[in-house]
Design a protein around this ligand. Structure first.
Ligand code: ZN
Length: 327
């Protein structure tokens, strides 16, 4: 064990604590050498500990990325199984290892995404590919994702789809109402974004979000400018919808239940029309959640995400159409 005087400079008189005997110069050299060796050992242990911590952190980050990519593929399968997407429609996820980039499947149907090689990385700044292998066969609407992830730092996942059940609400002035507690996240006034207001004479007017300026305008329609948007769901006129959330599970929940909400509103409208004459002054007689109910059910995707996620994951795992090769 190192004595207290081992670290004292050699030119000072030092006494042994037991016998108050003055230490010889040799004793002091021996103690100094021992201290030096121990210091080196301590430094070596510290370096080793730091290396281990860094290694563990790197392994944890790798595990997080792998888990994220596995969930991402599962999310695509769930959205396909629920007819939210078909050959088109897409999902993005912010890269947990580098938050300035995002991951998105290449231009292929969600049902068929199964391998790491199906996934591409893009810069959030301009949606440009990160690696050489990320170029080619890209989703032309990747600017939806880059601009949303850029505008809202708390958003990590976006879903864009052309779900047929939702389209009638994006092609008319019929309000997309939150008619039951599962869809309070829609809010009481779903924004309707119209790309045609942005077209100039040189633009191809195919309604696709193929430019950064279109994506930025769509992101603006979500409202706010910071961590989270005011709305998590925006209808896109004559096109479809985009929804976003902090987690994959929440974004998938919001996309799946948007279709359920659309079906519920349409069913109510048809029943209303069958029994009574249309009453446009009161939303055709459709009763939506009240403002307080909307406010208190906005966070349902987050509160109850695990239950549907477990069910939907199991459903796609047992369906041979879907393969997830990330383990
Ligand atoms: Zn689209």
């Amino acid at each position: 064990m190192l004595s207290f005087h081992a670290l004292v400079p050699l030119d000072l008189a030092v006494f042994h604590p037991a016998g108050l005997r003055e230490l010889s110069r040799d004793d002091r050299y021996a103690n100094f050498n021992m201290a030096s060796m121990l210091s080196q050992k301590i430094m070596a242990w510290i370096q080793l500990t730091v290396l281990l911590v860094l290694l563990i952190r790197q392994c944890a980050a790798r595990a997080t990325l792998k888990e994220t990519k596995r969930k991402y593929i599962t999310a695509n399968h769930i959205l396909d199984r629920h007819d939210i997407v078909d050959a088109f429609g897409h999902v993005s996820i912010r890269n947990p290892e580098d938050k300035t980039t995002f991951i998105m499947a290449k231009g292929m149907a969600s049902a068929l995404i199964s391998n790491d090689s199906d996934l591409a990385y893009y810069h959030i700044a301009d949606a440009s590919p990160v690696r050489p292998q990320d170029s080619g066969r890209e989703r032309v609407e990747k600017f939806i994702h880059s601009e949303l992830l850029k505008r809202f730092s708390g958003i990590n996942c976006c879903v864009h789809a052309h779900t047929v059940a939702v389209i009638p609400f994006a092609t008319s002035k019929i309000p997309f109402l939150p008619v039951y507690h599962m869809v309070g996240y829609l809010g009481d006034n779903v924004p309707l974004w119209d790309i045609t207001q942005l077209y100039d004479s040189t633009d191809i007017q195919d309604n696709l979000v193929t430019q950064q300026k279109f994506g930025a305008s769509l992101a603006e329609a979500f409202g706010g400018n910071g961590t989270f948007p005011q709305s998590v769901f925006v209808l896109m006129k004559q096109h479809g919808f985009t929804t976003c959330a902090a987690t994959i599970e929440d974004a998938v929940y919001q996309a799946v239940y948007a279709k359920e909400a659309a079906l519920a509103v349409m069913s109510q409208a048809m029943l209303q029309h069958a029994y009574y004459s249309p009453d446009t002054a009161s939303n055709g007689g459709i009763e939506a959640l009240g403002p307080k109910q909307v406010e208190d059910t906005r966070d349902l995707p987050t509160r109850f995400r695990q239950t549907p996620w477990e069910l939907w994951t199991k459903q796609v795992e047992v369906d041979s159409l879907y393969t997830n090769n990330i383990f």
